[in-house]
Every structure is written in structure tokens, then in C-alpha cells.
Design a protein around this ligand. Structure first.
Ligand code: 5AD
Ligand code: SF4
Length: 481
């Protein structure tokens, strides 16, 4: 699609937004348009940005042409994500040139630090560059750019958790919401850029998390996903980065809140509020967490547990803190305590020096676990990460072939899990109207499977019991009973 066609598509979509009654800002207010890429954390951050700017009189719009500022919340996890963002920036600039010369263009998030010089100074693609810990500075930066200054803040923080900022839910369904509980990551997996783009790990005050969840429940929400790069290492001992824990007072150390305690607090407080969480790192997931999941009905029986590779040698090169046997032992522990627990994974294929035999170990691990879902990627070298010092020596065709083999296997396993559910009845939380037919609704089971059923007289946010009649590899189809 060329930029004119894209622009037309964008205008059509924004009109659709108005027709569908998606909140579009009134003419009298200043408007921001935010587009998010990457992980759920990025989408959640965009809601924090919208909240910070709401206090300055900005409201969000789905109509890019009418926006005073366009932000793209960026991801640098893989090369492809960066290319997508660059294309979007070029598109925004075409709108600026042809339709809206006063519009400001800003880059938020993970790409900010790495590409600040390139975007702002060399290519002049953007007016504002803001890193993930500097969103409170946005009102100042907007004023600065209006005064003709360079507006940039990519400073990372050891403290910032935006605990006191109530997110403005952008384009949500009013039933499910993200709640961030930690920021940053201290793990330093060798392939990963996150510790550089998002900084040191810090946890958010449990009282503010509980309050956000309870407020959401009172507003009609029925499911929260607790977000963090590594939720299992959540640790609240009175504030600050996790690395400072050893300097905390004895009393604070003794009274600290860990992830299992946090789950307990939230699950107990609102029994009709479903809880999910993401992402779990196998090296930090404790038996306490699994036991807390087993104890509460409203904690969903679903764990996203990225394995990355089935080979102990590759896991060591990746600097993951577990080996194949330890990962398998964790899976066994989960299945023993929660036999029906759904499990999903991330796998990176074609990591530096991966042999055919090591790739076969990944395939055999998949056969052992039989994941319900999976997110699978070809390794792409990220600048300045520890793995960038190792040769990226697996040819593209081999990476692609290994990826296809992994995807094929996963599709078989996903279909197997779906077929097992035919004839059974599950509780489904209704999230919306089916994209394919407005006579149908969709929702999810505790296992995170999507279920489609006839609309009847049911409403968003209700729990219904659905008997499954058929399936595809991604969706269950059934009847409310
Ligand atoms: N190349 C490919 N995939 C990556 N991931 C993270 N870094 C890279 C990289 N350099 C994948 C991992 C991670 C997921 C969010 O993205 O599987 O769990
Ligand atoms: Fe992308 Fe990772 Fe940043 Fe999320 S935290 S936006 S996945 S680089």
C-alpha cells in the first residue's frame, strides 16, 4: 500500500471509529493519537501516557488527521518491530506534510534511547523522543518543542513505577484490563535488549495495585492481567530497585511482599475478578505461586512460561537461569498441582551456534510439554546485547526452516488441545462481539482459549457456561447452556 492508500485506509478507519461510537475527542480539546507496538506492557504504558496528558487537557482520538500530537509507542525487541515503526513514522510525516502541518510527532518507549540521535537530529522524523521512565516529563517536553527546543528525555529510573497514575483505558472492551506491577528487568538474558531499553527492575506498591484492581472491578471490569517483564520476581519491601533489597531495614525485609503474596491479596479481595499474569520466567517461578493459583478459582489456570530453547547448552549461552531438566521439573510441578493448567511458551530458533541436534531437543521438549499456545521467533541480533558479541552464524534459510518445523508442531499441539475440549462445558467471560458476525459474542475460558457463541441476550462482562461443539486450531465454538 502506498502512503496515499494508507492515508485513505486510516481516514476510513477513523470514520468507522466515530460510527462505532469509539470515544473521539471533542473539537474544543487538544487531541493525541497513540499507536502501540510490542508487548502488553507497551499498551499499558500508552494508557499511562494518556492519563498524564489528560491532566494537560488532551484527550485521545482514533482520528490521526485530527490529532495535535501523534505518538508511536515503540518496541525494539526484534529487528522487524523496528522496521515497522520506521514505516509508521514515515507515514505520519506524510500526513504532516499533506494534511496537518502543525501536528507534532513523538516517539515513546523502547526505541527512544537507541534511535534518539537518528530520528530527532539526523533524519528529523520526529519532534519529541521520550523513554519509558520519563512520561511524567511529557507536558514539559511538549512546551519545549513549541518553544523551538529539542524535546528529549530518555533517562531511566530506579524508582519510577507510575503507581499513582490511573491509566486512561484506550479503546478497551470495558471487561479486561492490564495492570502493571513491575518495570524493567534484571535478568540480562544474552539475546534481550529490554534491560537496556527499560532499565533496572522495580516493583510497584501492592496497595496501589490492589486499589487499581478494585477500582476496575467497581467500574465493571471482570479480568485483570498483571504485567511485568518478569512477574515472579515481584518484590515490594518499601520501594526502590530490587538490587537495593539487601540494604533495606530488617523489618522491611521481613515484611516484604512477594508475587505469591500479591496474587493472594488481589484474588481474596475481589473473588469475581479474574486474574491473569505475564510474563513468568522459569528461573523465578516459585511453588508458592503455583499453590496460590491452585487455591483460588479466580486466578486463571494459564501460565505463559517462555522456554526459548530445549537445549541446555543453548540455554546457558542465552544466560537463562535454568537448564532443560529444571524446566521440565517445573512443568511437572505445575501439572501435579494444577493438572488442567494451560501452558504457553516463547521459543527463539536459530540462536548463535545452534546445531540440528539442539534444534531437535527443542522439538522433543515441545512434544513433552504439549504447549497449548506458542509465540515463536527467529533469532535476530540486537545491538549491544551480550549475544551481539557471539557470531550470528545460522544462515537465514536454516533459521526459517527450523522456525517452520516448530510452528508446525505447535499448530498440531494447539489443535489437539482444542479438540479435547469438544463436548465439554466451560465458564466463559464475555469480552465482545465477534469480529466476523455481530450475531455472535466471544469470550475466554480460564485456559485463555477464545470461545464463540450465539449472542442471545447476553452482555459483555457476564460469565456464561458454554458447551463446546466444534473448533479450529485457534477458536472454540459452542452453545450457552
Ligand atoms: N531475537 C528473537 N526473539 C527475541 N525475543 C527476545 N529477544 C529476541 C531476539 N533478539 C523473544 C523472546 C522473548 C519474546 C518476548 O521475544 O522469545 O520471550
Ligand atoms: Fe518491546 Fe520488550 Fe520493549 Fe516490550 S519491553 S516494547 S517487547 S522491547
Amino acid at each position: 500500500m502506498n502512503s496515499k492508500e494508507l492515508l485513505k485506509k486510516e481516514i476510513d478507519e477513523s470514520k468507522q471509529g466515530e460510527i462505532l461510537n469509539i470515544p473521539v475527542a471533542k473539537k474544543s480539546t487538544k487531541k493525541i493519537y497513540i499507536e502501540s507496538y510490542g508487548c502488553q506492557m507497551n499498551f499499558s504504558d500508552s494508557e499511562i501516557v494518556a492519563s498524564i496528558l489528560k491532566k494537560e487537557g488532551f484527550s485521545t482520538t482514533q482520528n490521526i488527521i485530527a490529532a495535535d500530537i501523534v505518538f508511536v509507542n515503540t518496541c525494539s525487541i526484534r529487528e522487524k518491530a523496528e522496521l515497522t515503526v520506521r514505516k509508521r513514522l514515515e507515514f505520519y510525516n506524510s500526513i504532516k506534510r499533506d494534511k496537518n502541518p502543525k501536528m507534532l510527532v513523538g516517539v515513546l518507549g523502547c526505541m527512544a534511547e537507541r534511535l534518539k540521535e537518528k530520528f530527532l537530529e539526523e533524519e528529523k522524523l520526529v519532534d519529541i523522543v521520550v523513554g519509558p521512565d520519563a512520561y511524567r516529563d511529557l507536558p514539559n517536553l511538549i512546551r519545549e518543542v513549541k518553544d523551538g527546543k529539542k524535546a528529549i528525555n530518555v533517562i531511566l529510573s530506579l524508582e519510577e513505577t507510575y503507581a499513582d497514575v490511573t491509566p486512561v483505558r484506550i479503546g478497551g472492551n470495558g471487561v479486561t484490563a492490564f495492570v502493571s506491577i513491575t518495570r524493567g528487568c534484571d535478568n540480562m538474558c544474552s539475546f534481550c535488549v529490554v534491560p537496556f531499553t527499560r532499565g533496572r527492575e522495580r516493583s510497584r506498591d501492592p496497595d496501589s495495585i490492589l486499589k487499581e484492581c478494585t477500582d476496575l472491578f467497581n467500574d465493571g471490569y471482570r479480568e485483570v492481567t498483571l504485567l511485568g517483564q518478569n512477574v515472579d520476581s515481584y518484590l515490594w519491601y518499601g520501594g526502590g530497585a530490587k538490587k537495593n533489597f539487601k540494604n533495606a531495614s530488617k523489618e522491611n525485609q521481613l515484611n516484604c511482599t512477594k508475587f505469591a503474596n500479591l496474587l493472594d491479596i488481589i484474588a481474596k479481595a475481589n473473588p469475581l475478578l479474574r486474574i491473569r499474569f505475564s510474563t513468568s520466567n522459569p528461573q523465578d517461578m516459585s511453588i508458592d505461586v503455583i499453590e496460590t493459583m491452585a487455591k483460588y478459582n479466580n486466578i486463571c489456570n494459564y501460565i505463559h512460561l517462555p522456554v526459548q530453547s530445549g537445549s541446555t547448552r543453548i540455554l546457558k549461552l542465552m544466560k537463562r537461569g535454568y537448564n532443560r531438566d529444571q524446566y521440565i521439573a517445573l512443568i511437572d510441578n505445575i501439572k501435579q498441582r494444577i493438572p488442567d493448567c494451560a501452558i504457553s511458551m516463547d521459543i527463539i530458533t536459530g540462536f548463535c551456534s545452534e546445531t540440528e541436534a539442539e534444534h531437535a531437543e527443542t522439538l522433543s521438549l515441545m512434544d513433552y510439554v504439549k504447549y497449548d499456545y506458542g509465540y515463536m521467533f527467529k533469532y535476530s541480533e540486537r545491538p549491544n546485547t551480550p549475544a551481539a558479541r557471539i557470531e550470528d552464524d545460522i544462515p537465514e534459510e536454516i533459521k526459517q526452516r527450523r522456525l517452520s518445523e516448530i510452528i508446525d508442531k505447535q499448530q498440531k499441539h494447539s489443535l489437539l488441545h482444542m479438540k479435547e475440549k469438544i463436548g465439554k462445558t466451560y465458564e466463559v467471560l464475555i469480552e465482545g462481539v465477534s469480529k466476523k458476525s455481530n450475531m455472535h459474542l466471544y469470550g475466554r475460558t480460564t485456559y485463555n482459549s477464545t470461545v464463540i457463541f450465539e449472542r442471545g441476550d447476553y452482555h459483555l462482562g457476564e460469565y456464561v457456561m458454554v458447551k463446546i461443539e466444534k473448533c479450529t486450531s485457534a477458536t472454540l465454538i459452542g452453545k450457552v447452556i
